[in-house]
Design a protein around this ligand. Structure first.
Ligand SMILES: [Zn+2]
Length: 383
């Protein structure tokens, strides 16, 4: 290499050089760095871009690597806890031979661990360097900058004949549902079944089966094995067809997400401004890592959203990072303020949020969900 020459950006999945930028969300702060409520800013920002690999089709963050704070352990939602328990039951029901076997889990900062439920089924944690009959990764791998290398580590942990289960937020609902606020520093890959299948093949793994699960706005649970052991079922072709129809491996199609994001953000700003002009109060629910990019693109500040609330005590007395400066308070303060409108920033668990706030009869507030375009949610829709 000539001295001073830029190092080519290589795909985080296949290490190829055929990677192109498709979506630019501007300079954004680190989503998990929550400054003190009175910290004036500005918070540090880095370019937030999606790139597409034309070879393996992996969608990923671009070459500029932000300095990412360690994710604080947010309080796990009831939805997530129940999902872990149900998932383990389903997997052990479909693959009874795994009960009582060895397991290994690649953990995630979002929680959702399967281990306690697996121990309850007499599974045993694989020791140092030991391979496992069941290897689990629930929303873990996207936190690894090098997707391909990390998949190799999972392959190495998998015993011959064993099952690798990976659950992750799916690129298809992200794209179709305009979930642009799930794009963030520290989440390096935005994965389709096709991309996972392509990268897995480079590491001797094959997809055996896939199912869609209703987590984080739409996730996939994918079952993989060493290529020689895998017996692919019909679920794979169906889902690949859906992905192809949506064009999520096409750079022009993917690029349209940028315009959709700015459109929804503008609409959210207008909606909040309309409420304010009509004398209606709006407060937020949730301080998820999705909130900074949503509020930043929407140019929402405390003028339109005086504060938000969150379950996690560690976030109280802090604020959303970026330009909005919206402080985070305990949930009791939302109930005491009885706003006319609650903006549900944790839209992926809107049912849980509405059920919780309506459990004692509520106060007749309406619920505003920001995506795919801002819309009001009926209280009775929640169960
Ligand atoms: Zn690639």
């Amino acid at each position: 290499m000539v001295k001073g020459e830029a190092v080519a950006f290589r795909c985080r999945g296949c290490a190829g050089e055929n990677v192109v930028p498709v979506v630019d969300l501007g300079a954004q702060p680190c989503a998990d760095y929550f400054p003190a409520a009175d910290a004036p800013g500005p918070d540090p920002r880095w370019p937030l871009e999606l790139w597409l690999c034309r070879d393996c089709t992996l969608v990923q963050l671009g070459p500029v690597e932000a300095q990412v704070a360690e994710e604080p352990l947010a309080v796990e939602s009831a939805t997530s806890r129940a999902h872990a328990e149900t998932s383990v039951k389903e997997i052990l029901g479909d693959y009874p031979e795994l009960s009582g076997g060895t397991v290994f889990e690649f953990g995630s900062p979002h929680g959702g661990s399967w281990l306690d439920h697996l121990y309850a089924a007499d599974c045993r944690l694989a020791g140092d360097g030991e391979t496992a009959n069941l290897v689990v990764d629930v929303h873990g791998i996207v936190h690894e900058p090098q997707y391909g290398d990390s998949l190799q580590l999972r392959a190495e942990r998998l015993a011959p004949g064993g099952l690798l289960v990976m659950e992750f937020h799916h690129l298809l609902p992200l794209f179709v549902g305009n979930q642009f606020d799930t794009i963030r520093h520290g989440h390096w890959a935005y994965v389709s079944l096709r991309a996972l299948r392509n990268v897995a093949a480079l590491h001797g793994l094959a997809v055996e089966s896939v199912r869609q699960v209703d987590m984080f706005g739409g996730s996939l649970m994918v079952m993989l094995r060493h290529a020689a052991d895998a017996k692919p079922d019909a679920s794979i072709a169906v889902l690949l067809e859906d992905e192809d129809a949506a064009g999520i491996a096409d750079e022009v199609q993917l690029g349209s997400l940028q315009e959709a994001a700015w459109h929804a953000a503008g609409a959210l700003h207008d909606e909040l401004a309309r409420h304010k002009a009509a004398g209606r109060t709006v407060l937020g629910y949730g301080a998820p890592s999705k909130a900074p990019v949503l509020l930043d693109l929407s140019r929402v500040t405390t003028d339109l959203l005086p504060f938000t609330v969150d379950m996690a005590p560690g976030k109280h007395g802090r604020r959303i990072p970026g330009g909005c400066l919206v402080p985070i308070r305990p949930i009791a303060e939302l109930k005491a303020a009885r706003p006319d409108v609650v903006l549900v920033l944790t839209w992926d668990i809107a049912d849980e949020v509405i059920a919780q706030l309506e459990s004692d009869g509520g106060w007749g507030t309406s619920y505003l969900v920001p995506l795919p375009e801002p819309h009001e949610r009926e209280r009775r829709e929640a169960r």
